[in-house]
Write a protein that binds this ligand. Structure first.
Ligand SMILES: [Zn+2]
Length: 261
């Protein structure tokens, strides 16, 4: 996560998509959070960092200052998730890839606390949305079974959540972006998926036809009384199977009756 390019991208996309908005940045660890904070400050966007070692008084002050819009970016690692309400936050910067659905939802939803005329933006730098689906999507929660693992692919191989290449918005499978109207170009993953599914269909169809031919052959052979009635090698094979002979029997009979394979 620590390369210059990534820090550059954090700034670039914040500036492009959420310029001027108050944002909570969710980082990988304390050091990462401090570096993200430094980076924003160096670009002239006031940012603060806090972690579990920050004295409580100081933490409270930081949160109060954030609520009063005294700075723009609040950087943290795992501190701000459950139980902290920050209605003024208008953006969430997801910088930490996570396999935990709970953590993802807690962090992604934190900036969605309603506030006057607010339109929150979640910038997902780390593909958490493709991993878990949209934070707002319906899920079946259960106390007894595990929540079904999210799969971002439809049965036809297209992606359930697509990312618009023009405005970077995410949306459910559609040919055009509902936010900016840009036509969606199928991603390489989708193209690969669709090809694989097509190939599987063709293979299954081949297998189905093969089975059909075998069944028909078996049907005919059932009425034969002796190998001389067989008209092909395959019929001999079927007859051999039916009579419980070893595979060599069909070869031997084929040779004897001059029936080529
Ligand atoms: Zn778009």
């Amino acid at each position: 996560m620590g390369t210059k390019k990534i820090y550059g991208d954090i700034y670039k996309y914040y500036n492009k998509l959420a310029k001027g908005k108050q944002a909570i940045a969710y980082c990988v660890n304390v050091q990462h959070s401090q570096e993200v904070c430094e980076m924003f400050n160096s670009k002239g966007i006031p940012a603060m960092h806090m972690d579990s070692h920050t004295p409580e008084k100081e933490r409270e002050k930081i949160l109060q200052d954030f609520k009063n819009n005294k700075f723009k970016i609040l950087c943290n690692c795992n501190l701000i998730s459950e139980g902290i309400t920050l209605p003024s936050a208008e953006a969430g910067l997801l910088l930490r890839p996570t396999l935990s659905l709970t953590l993802y939802i807690q962090q992604a939803m934190r900036c969605l606390t309603p506030n006057e005329n607010k339109k929150a933006i979640i910038i997902d730098y780390v593909n958490n949305i493709q991993r878990h689906g949209l934070p707002t999507q319906e899920r079946e929660w259960s106390l007894t079974t595990k929540v079904k693992e999210y799969c971002n692919e439809n049965d036809d191989g297209t992606l359930k959540i697509r990312v618009c290449p023009e405005c970077f918005s995410t949306f459910e499978t559609a040919p055009v972006c509902p936010f900016c109207g840009a036509e969606y170009q199928m991603s390489s993953i989708e193209i690969k998926n669709i090809k694989e599914i097509e190939l599987k269909k063709i293979e299954a169809e081949k297998e189905r036809k093969r089975q059909e031919i075998m069944n028909r052959t078996a049907e005919r052979v059932r009425n034969y009384k002796k190998p001389e009635e067989c008209k092909s090698f395959f019929e001999l094979v079927e007859m051999g199977k039916m009579l419980g002979y070893k595979p060599g029997w069909a070869f031997f009979q084929a040779k004897r009756l001059h029936l080529n394979k």
